[in-house]
Unconditional design. Sequence first.
Length: 289
Amino acid sequence: MRTKNIPMMAFFVAALCMAAMASDTLGPPQISEGSPLYPRPDPNERWPGDPDLAQITDERLLQLWRDTMITYRHANPKDGLFVSAIVHAPEYTEVPKTPEDQEYLIAALSRALAAETINWDEVRLILLLMYAGMEPDPRIPALAEQMFKLPRPMKMCAARGRAYKEMMHVLRLQQSDDAAALLYHMAVDRTFWGNDPFHTPGLHKTNTEVSVVRMRRISLSYLSEMPPAIAIPYVERMLETYPESYEPEQLVVENITGMKSDLTYAQIRMHLDKLYRRLEEETEPSLPR
């Protein structure tokens, strides 16, 4: 009887240790409506998931970070979101950029991606700044394509994996035909992603094809969030490529057996239906009654 309880006791002790470690790191939890909440970090300090600002030497980029991200966190003491969720905060994303700042960010991203050794913390900082108030610009999807097609090492750093996801958000926020065209090609064409390993904590640490599938599904999802007039023609082209009877080939790659990496008709149909509903919602007020 005692032997059977040993695993449960070990689990209980481990849980207590983890709770103690969290308490030492984050301080005592506060109680809000019966749920424990850890204290909100100081807006002037680095938050979980932030780029490492110590790796950034461009003072203008750092000033833009202070003017947008840090200002937002000070102005929203109750719900200032961590970087991973800041794209969902209109109080941040709708802060306009001046034409001069927009031009500087595009030029800075171009320089960063062309460097012999890419500083992915700097790339991330630029992309997070681009969440806020960037007008559609065809150079942004072009730089995104350049970034996604860079050679990939056997193991990508976590900052690079996060930058991939953040660039996807930048494309979604562009709301342009150039961005939609790139999302379409990233979703529909497996060869877009090449054959290099795709191992990163931001997607999948050990499985290339899972990472590629996730990026393709994100591309399709974000394409469906474009204005219907832009997105519907691309999704309808997908239906021609992937008819209802389509069965994806089973791919065999270096670290996977039998993974079906193509998008299914059901996935595309779901996003096409979502687009049509949005189109109806946008046009319904203008219909005669």
